[in-house]
Each structure stands twice: as C-alpha cells, then as structure tokens.
Design a protein around this ligand. Structure first.
Ligand SMILES: NC(=O)c1ccc[n+]([C@@H]2O[C@H](COP(=O)([O-])OP(=O)(O)OC[C@H]3O[C@@H](n4cnc5c(N)ncnc54)[C@H](O)[C@@H]3O)[C@@H](O)[C@H]2O)c1
Length: 215
C-alpha cells in the first residue's frame, strides 16, 4: 500500500471501520441469494443504520456514488474487502496455545478475513512439534528461527494475563508490528506498534447490563 493510501485509511473513523464489515457480510449474503445490485438505502434498512450514515461510511471507500441506482454487488464486495485488508494475507503468530489459543488455531474463518496464522508458540515442551488444524506449534525458544522462516508481522496474544507484557516485549524485538491482545492486561508498547484489544467478556457484561435494565 502506498504511503498516501495508508494515511487515508488512518483517517477513517473507528465506528465506520466497525460498520463496514457488517455491510460486507450483508452484501455477501445478497450475492448468495442471486442479487446483483443494492442501494445504500437498502443496506441502511437491513443493518438498521441511518441511510446518510451508510452513504457517509461508503464515501471513505473508493466506490463511485451511484447511491440511488445502487452499487453493483460484485464490485462493492471487492472494493470493501480490499479496503478492509481482507483480500491481502497478513501472517500471524499465536502466542499461548492453551484453551483460547488452540480454539483460535481451529478457526478456519480467520483466513477469509486476511489473517493467516502460520504458527503457534508456547512454553510447554509437550506441545512443540505438534500441530492444530495443520498449523505447527513451536517452543517459544524457536521464535527467532521461525521468524526468519515465516516473517510474521502480527502477534496474537493468548498467554496468561501475568505473562502478557513479558511476551509482548519479547515478540516486538522479533519484528512483530501489530498485536491482537486477548488478555485482559493493558499492554504497553512503543508508538509504532499497533494494538487491538479484544474481549468476549466485555460484550457479556454489556449484554447482562442491558438484560437487567429491560427487566
Ligand atoms: N479476550 C477474551 O475474550 C478471552 C477469552 C478467554 C481467555 N482470555 C484470556 O486469554 C488468555 C489465555 O486464556 P486460556 O484460558 O487459553 O489460558 P490457558 O492457561 O489455557 O492457556 C495459556 C497458554 O499460554 C502458555 N504460556 C504461558 N506462558 C507463556 C509464555 N511466556 N510464552 C508463550 N506461552 C505461554 C501456557 O503454557 C498455556 O498453554 C488469558 O489471558 C485469558 O484471560 C481472553
């Protein structure tokens, strides 16, 4: 990606980046049903987002605004996937092949979103040399060697919470540039490193809270 394009992508507001994958999933569903075009008004209705918001979100994406006539579905899918980075392959290492880590290795869906987990790492000796879903698992001590082989840029962190910072520090020195952190620890990183924290539990708390307020 050219530098200018990269800067453009950075300017996209986070809520827009969260909504665009919803639009993509919906448009893919329409394609499966044999539809060939869709308007932003239709997307808005289906996703339950304001039509002007949909048009604004799509204005960040490089697709010509045939708002009333509708977008050609194949083109919209291509452009959205490209924009969201789902069409390119990002190589990732996963750290901590425990219950969550192993489940993520099992998930074949990640590949459709451009994330290719090429190897898992753990400190448990008995795991090294094994594989999950065809993905090899290595001992942490092999990280340097494997990084030379695979050149991964993303690190998925599924180690125990008290190991999160230590593992982060270590893998950054091995060339990992972006971290998908599943631990509840707020890891500290140098400015040029990208961190995305993800927690299933945070969403649970939200659901419980909303359930209680509707009782
Ligand atoms: N974000 C979420 O929604 C979510 C959901 C479940 C768990 N978690 C978090 O994910 C993490 C893992 O949870 P789990 O239930 O899979 O735990 P687990 O104990 O089953 O797995 C942790 C794995 O990390 C390995 N490990 C420990 N130290 C390591 C190191 N220094 N380097 C590499 N590997 C190391 C362990 O050997 C183990 O295999 C925890 O921090 C937990 O809080 C988050």
């Amino acid at each position: 990606m050219a530098n200018d394009e990269l800067k453009q992508t950075w300017k996209v507001p986070e809520p827009t980046l969260r909504r665009l994958p919803w639009y993509l999933a919906f448009v893919k569903l329409l394609k499966q049903r044999g539809e060939t075009s869709i308007s932003s008004t239709q997307i808005a209705k289906e996703i339950n987002v304001d039509a002007s918001q949909v048009a604004k979100d799509l204005s960040y994406v490089n697709i010509s605004g045939k708002t009333r006539v509708g977008y050609e579905i194949d083109t919209l899918i291509d452009v959205l996937e490209d924009f969201l980075g789902f069409n390119s392959t990002h190589k990732a290492f996963l750290f901590g092949v425990g219950s969550l880590g192993a489940a993520l290795l099992q998930d074949t869906g990640l590949g459709q979103y451009g994330l290719e987990i090429v190897a898992g790492f753990d400190i448990r000796e008995e795991l090294s040399g094994t594989s999950i879903n065809g993905i090899p698992v290595y001992h942490m001590s092999e990280l340097s060697t494997m990084q030379k082989r695979y050149g991964a840029t993303i690190g998925i962190i599924t180690v125990p919470v008290d190991k999160a910072q230590e593992v982060t520090n270590h893998i950054i020195t091995e060339g990992i540039k972006a971290l998908w952190n599943f631990t509840p620890f707020r890891i500290r990183v140098p400015e040029h490193i990208v961190v995305q924290n993800t927690s299933l539990y945070a969403h649970l708390a939200l659901m419980f809270n909303r359930m209680n307020s509707t009782n």
